[in-house]
Write a protein that binds this ligand. Structure first.
Ligand SMILES: [Zn+2]
Length: 332
């Protein structure tokens, strides 16, 4: 095929993507329900579905465009999974695509899983928590700066107006723990990020309770120098924090960071839940695609031991600049 033919083919493909959501399986009757993600026991834990919800969510069907409850819905809040109530999309990421289906240019980090559709061409999206069919995701259509359109069936969604309001009203914060070499420098960069309430330098990932700096430095406790970041999830996402982490230290250095050598200076993400883990793994995969030989370990968070007072806010106190943590754009 010559270049022009290829271009025409791509154009036709893009147009088909724009006008279809789950197109060919509309009606769904020909597709037997895919029960692989859903055992009988699971179905008892989840919300009861109407036959139409079942057809779309379990049978991977598609609602008729311009008929769903949310394609033209503009309230502020959070869209959750109809079957399991997991938070999936925020109203801030919703845009009007004109397709007749709710469209978002981003999902809540870790909330949505992408798989190749049964048609081998499109990318199906599923609730990461329960496997419910949501719709498809399309890239490079130029709708928004993110060039991504999560095309979702209204039937797969529920809307929670309160969730976002509750969160900012109660000032609820969450925690993220990262190890990327000498904690002074990592702390320095996180403290400057909007939405971050507090950053504590400390030790984690080892096997001794209440370790001292001297013990950790000697390398025998298994702990890494780390920071615990307390943040307001309504102001900054875990993904933003994790991206910054990968851009302020060198995730390709094994058991060292610049001049600091030893496992106490290893690169590691200590995740608090499956969503944090999924975000960390996604970002590592993205860096590997870009050619970075990432050695960062992804481990469940354990006990975090704050370091001695003189290590806290070290650069603020001394007025010095970090010696081995310089911001470097890696995600582009
Ligand atoms: Zn779900």
């Amino acid at each position: 095929m010559n270049a022009y033919g290829f271009f025409l083919g791509a154009l036709v493909g893009a147009m088909a993507a724009i006008i279809s959501c789950t197109g060919p399986d509309q009606g769904g009757a020909a597709n037997p329900p895919a029960l692989s993600d859903l055992t009988r026991e699971d179905s008892m834990r989840y919300n009861t579905l109407t036959p139409e919800e079942e057809r779309v969510i379990v049978g991977k069907g598609t609602e008729m465009p311009f008929t769903g409850r949310y394609y033209d819905y503009k309230e502020d809040g959070t869209y959750v999974c109809k079957r399991c109530d997991a938070e999936l999309f925020r109203s801030d990421d919703k845009f009007d695509s004109g397709t007749g289906w709710p469209s978002f240019d981003d999902a809540i980090p870790g909330a949505v899983r992408s798989v190749t559709d049964a048609d081998g061409r499109r990318t199906e999206i599923l609730c990461a928590n329960c496997g419910a069919h949501l719709g498809h995701v399309f890239l490079n259509e130029g709708f928004t700066g993110k060039n991504t359109r999560y095309c979702v069936n209204s039937v797969s969604l529920d809307f929670d107006k309160k969730k976002e309001a509750d969160r900012s009203a109660t000032g609820k914060t969450e925690k993220a723990v990262f190890a990327g070499g000498c904690f002074w420098g990592v702390e320095y960069h996180f403290q400057k990020l909007d939405g971050v309430k507090a950053v504590i330098s400390g030790y984690t990932g080892g096997n001794k309770a209440n370790p001292t700096y001297r013990e950790v430095s000697a390398g025998g406790t298994g702990h890494a120098e780390a920071v615990e970041v307390e943040y307001d999830p309504s102001a900054v996402s875990y993904e933003t924090l994790a991206r910054l982490f990968f851009e302020i230290h060198d995730p390709t250095q094994l058991n060292r960071q610049g001049p600091d050598m030893g496992t106490q200076y290893r690169s590691a993400v200590f995740y608090a839940d499956e969503q944090q883990k999924a975000v960390a793994e996604k970002l590592i995969a993205r860096l590997r695609e870009k050619g970075y030989d990432v050695v960062t370990q992804v481990e469940p968070a354990g006990e975090f031991y704050p370091a001695e007072d003189y290590h806290q806010d070290y650069y603020d106190k001394t007025g010095h600049q970090p010696y081995c943590h310089v911001y470097q754009k890696r995600f582009g």
